[in-house]
Design a protein around this ligand. Structure first.
Ligand code: G16
Length: 542
């Protein structure tokens, strides 16, 4: 590594003085104009990580659900997973180093992580459709080339597609071909095979309206459509020609406001879904005949998938262990349904798919979904092998072999590297078709407890620290006590607060026996946060 060249180039991507950023829930995120130095430095870091792991590393330029003016960057580890926690710390150190310290911090990291600087390095890059993304990804490339790394720039990709590319490259193509065609081919083949046996066939039952959040999802779904000769009919909305990214649309908007996005035509009982800005989340919804809006979030997606997988496992007669992983945001009714009716063990982790993914790896079949629609299903190597053997076993009775075949295709249809709106959508559509379920029947599995999410602006959100998978506030003093007292006032209630790792706000979640109570509890908790954790601006209004 030519340290002098790095120093010279680094000055061209100077850090704004006084700016401190943290590698948060999903990498660095802030206003795009503050990110040039971070991008350059993440190019440098990706090269070090690639040398250390002797593998291809991914860099994704996106701020996913955040407003269009924001941007962000995250690194993708060799098997398509999120960056290891110790390297998140290195990322934060490097991003915050003053100009004159960049060389030293790079050497420190190399030493601490035992990086062989003589190794070759290879990095792949993807970006979302934000106006700032192209220039910022050039800064990443600058960082890679000046530190002697090689790269492949995929250009516009969904975040999960980049995770997929990294996984493919590091398994020498075993997981799939590391191209967008390879991705579409793998998914479409699995989907077509799986839905061959659909009880409900024909275009009618698979008509789905998709809100693309004015983001990358629109481009990629259009490309993908060419790979489906039958079985899937999707109509795209909010495709980015007029509206702003994530503005009044997209999965985050629909989930947090509990209302449909703008720009989509919905008829009663029509199945609709929303992606977020980089297509790693998906939320379903519909209007019933009385004009009531129904939201089907990540919890209900996890429930549908779990019950389908459980049925197939029963069919093949294999005792593979299943676990469902959720976060504190999971609706109380979903947890109860999974545990008490479906008899599936449920685990709670901190927010952030990196935590859920990690936990899900402990099971033969680990199903993880955040309520916001971010998730996937992981199959252990043992489970995959068993299923593949059964699918090939000629001597097996037809019913069993069919079930094993279906599981085999489901493994291929899920993105094993990351939560993926396109892949999740295909799995959901396949399950609904195979089971002949309408969206109303799916929705009726259980009734969500009314809930409300709010955001509170405080001077420094780090004054709030939490424990117990973010369900209890440790600091500031008195905050948890205040929340406990408020919760006591409402029936079937629960509330928690936590600092966001992607936006400069504190998130408040409340649920209770009625919408009025959930709204009122959320508001009261917001006031407590505002008062005890240094609220700024106007105090929260009911
Ligand atoms: C990211 C993470 C998710 C997380 C969300 C909100 O989503 O990948 O796991 O739930 O941020 O995180 P926080 O509450 O800390 O702001 P995305 O879709 O924006 O990448």
């Amino acid at each position: 590594m030519d340290l002098d060249a790095i120093t010279k180039h680094s000055a061209l991507h100077a850090k704004p003085s006084g700016l401190i950023l943290q590698y948060g829930t999903a990498g660095f995120r802030t206003k795009a104009e503050h990110l040039d130095h971070v991008m350059f430095r993440m190019g440098l870091l990706a090269v070090l990580r690639s040398k250390q792991t002797k593998s291809t590393i991914g860099v994704m330029v996106t701020a996913s659900h955040n407003p269009e003016e924001d941007n962000g960057v995250k690194l993708v580890d060799p098997l398509g997973e999120m960056l290891a926690p110790s390297w998140e710390e290195h990322a934060t150190c490097l991003a915050n180093a003053e100009e004159q310290d960049v060389q030293r911090v790079l050497l420190d990291i190399s030493e601490k992580a035992a990086v062989d600087l003589q190794q070759d390095a290879f990095v792949v890059i993807g970006r979302d459709t934000r106006p700032s993304s192209e220039k910022l990804s050039q800064s990443v490339i600058d960082g890679i080339t000046v530190s002697g790394g090689q790269f492949h720039d995929y250009g516009l990709l969904t975040t999960p597609q980049l995770h997929y590319m990294v996984y493919c490259r590091n398994t020498q193509g075993q997981y799939g071909k590391a191209t967008t065609e390879g991705y579409y081919q793998k998914l479409s083949k699995a989907f077509v095979e799986l839905t061959k046996q659909a009880f409900c066939s024909g275009d009618e039952c698979l008509l789905l309206k998709v809100d693309c959040a004015n983001g990358i999802g629109a481009l990629k779904l259009r490309e993908m459509k060419n790979y489906f000769s039958r079985g899937l009919s999707i109509q795209l909305f909010n495709v980015g020609t007029t509206g702003k990214l994530n503005h009044l649309c997209g999965a985050d908007f629909v989930k947090s406001h509990q209302k449909p996005p703008q720009g989509i035509e919905m008829k009663p009982n029509e199945r609709c879904c929303s992606f977020d800005g980089d297509a790693d989340r998906i939320i379903y919804y519909y209007y019933d005949a009385d004009g009531h809006f129904h939201l089907i979030d990540g919890d209900k997606i996890a429930t549908l998938i779990s019950s389908f997988l459980k049925e197939l496992l029963l069919e093949i007669g294999e005792s593979l262990n299943i676990g469902v992983v959720q976060t504190a945001y999971a609706n109380g009714s979903s947890t109860r349904y999974l545990e008490e009716v479906m008899k599936v063990p449920v685990y709670c982790t901190k927010t952030g798919v990196k935590h859920l993914h990690h936990k899900a790896q402990e099971f033969d079949i680990g199903i993880y979904f955040e309520a916001n629609g971010h998730g996937t299903v992981l199959f252990s190597k043992t489970a995959e092998m068993k299923i593949k053997q059964l699918a090939l076993a000629e001597e097996l009775e037809d019913k069993k072999r069919k079930a094993a075949k279906m599981l085999e295709n489901i493994i291929d249809l899920f993105n094993q590297a990351a939560g993926d709106a396109i892949s999740d959508m295909l799995v959901i559509e396949a399950i609904l078709a195979l089971k002949g379920l309408t969206i109303q029947q799916w929705d009726a599995l259980y009734t969500d407890l009314p809930n409300r999410q709010l955001k509170v602006k405080v001077a420094d959100r780090q004054v709030i620290s939490t424990t117990d998978a973010e369900r209890k506030a440790v600091t500031p003093p008195g905050l948890q006590e205040a929340i406990d007292n408020l919760v006591k006032k409402y029936k079937l209630s629960r509330a928690f607060v936590r600092p966001s790792g992607t936006e400069d706000i504190v998130r408040v979640y409340a649920e209770a026996d009625s919408q009025e109570s959930a709204d009122s509890l959320a508001h009261e908790v917001s006031l407590a946060v505002f008062q005890l954790a240094g609220g700024v601006g106007e105090s929260p209004q009911p």
